[in-house]
Design a protein around this ligand. Structure first.
Ligand code: PEP
Length: 255
C-alpha cells in the first residue's frame, strides 16, 4: 500500500472575487476537518483572493497555492508576482506550468524549471503540471511529451526536492472538456513518470513524490482514479468551484 498521503487540490482559475473566494473557502473548511486527518487539501484561488482565502483557512491545515509566479524575487517585471510576495500572502504551494499557461501565455519547460527552483528557494512547494495534447496522444507521442516536460521542468532539482514536490499529470484533452482519462490510461502515465524519476533522482525520491491526476475529475470518477497504485490525488478545476462537488471529491470512498 502506498505511504503517500492523498492530496486534493482545487484550481479556481480566473473565478471568484475575494469575498466569493473567502465564502467558498469557509464552506470547504467546515467540510474537510475530518478528512484532513488522512488527506491533504490545497486551494488555488486567483492572486487577488489569496489573502482572503489565507484568512479563511488559517489554522485549518488547508494549503494555499498561487496559480503561477515569476522566478525573480523583485524587479521591473510589470504584472508579475514573486515567490516572496506569495509567501507574504500566506501561500504554501504554487501551481507551475499549467497547460493553460503553456498554451495561452507561452510558458516553456525552461521557465517552469526556473520557477520550480525559485519556489523551493523560498519555501513554496511547486505543483508542476505536465500533459499531452489530443494530437500528441493520437500520434502516440504521450510518453515522449511527458518525458520531455518532466525531465526539463525538474532539471536542477535535488532528490530531496523531487521527493517533496507535487507533479500533476493533466492530459490537455481532458481539461475542462468533460473527457476524463480512463483510470488505466492515467495509471500508465503516472507509473511511467515515477519510473523516469526513479532513474533520474533515485528510488526513495520517486517513491515519495506525489503525482496528481487532473482533467475533468468529478465526484463520480475520483474513486476509480484514486484506486490506481500511482495516482496520489487530483488537481480539480471546474468541480472545485462549488463546495458540494469539491467536498464529495475530497471524501472519495477508499477502494
Ligand atoms: C485544471 O484546471 O487543472 C483542470 C484539471 O480542470 P478541470 O477539472 O475543469 O478539467
Amino acid at each position: 500500500m502506498s505511504l503517500r498521503r492523498p492530496l486534493i487540490a482545487g484550481n479556481w482559475k480566473m473565478y471568484k472575487t475575494a469575498s466569493e473566494a473567502a465564502l467558498l473557502a469557509r464552506e470547504i473548511r467546515q467540510g474537510v476537518e475530518e478528512a484532513l486527518r488522512e488527506r491533504d487539501v490545497v486551494l488555488a484561488p486567483p492572486f487577488t483572493s489569496l489573502r482572503a482565502v489565507a484568512e479563511a483557512v488559517r489554522g485549518s491545515g488547508i494549503g494555499l497555492a498561487a496559480q503561477n509566479m515569476h522566478h525573480e524575487v523583485e524587479g521591473a517585471f510589470t504584472g508579475e508576482i514573486s515567490p516572496v510576495m506569495l509567501k507574504d500572502a500566506g501561500c504554501s504551494h504554487v501551481i507551475l506550468g499549467h497547460s493553460e499557461r503553456r498554451q495561452l501565455f507561452g510558458e516553456t519547460d525552461e521557465g517552469v524549471a526556473r520557477k520550480a527552483q525559485a519556489a523551493f528557494a523560498h519555501g513554496l512547494t511547486p505543483i508542476v503540471c505536465v500533459g499531452e495534447t489530443l494530437t500528441e496522444r493520437e500520434s502516440s507521442r504521450t510518453m515522449e511529451v511527458v518525458e520531455r516536460q518532466t525531465e526539463r521542468a525538474l532539471r536542477g532539482l535535488t532528490a530531496d526536492q523531487v521527493a517533496a514536490l507535487v507533479l500533476a499529470y493533466e492530459p490537455v484533452w481532458a481539461i475542462g472538456t468533460g473527457k476524463v482519462a480512463t483510470p488505466a490510461q492515467a495509471q500508465e502515465v503516472h507509473a511511467f513518470i515515477r519510473r523516469l524519476l526513479d532513474r533520474s533522482h533515485g528510488e526513495p525520491a520517486a517513491a515519495a513524490l506525489r503525482i496528481l491526476y487532473g482533467g475533468s475529475v468529478k465526484p463520480d470518477n475520483i474513486a476509480s482514479l484514486m484506486a490506481q497504485a500511482d495516482i496520489d490525488g487530483a488537481l480539480v478545476g471546474g468541480a472545485s468551484l462549488k463546495a458540494d462537488s469539491f467536498l464529495q471529491i475530497v471524501h472519495y470512498p477508499k477502494a
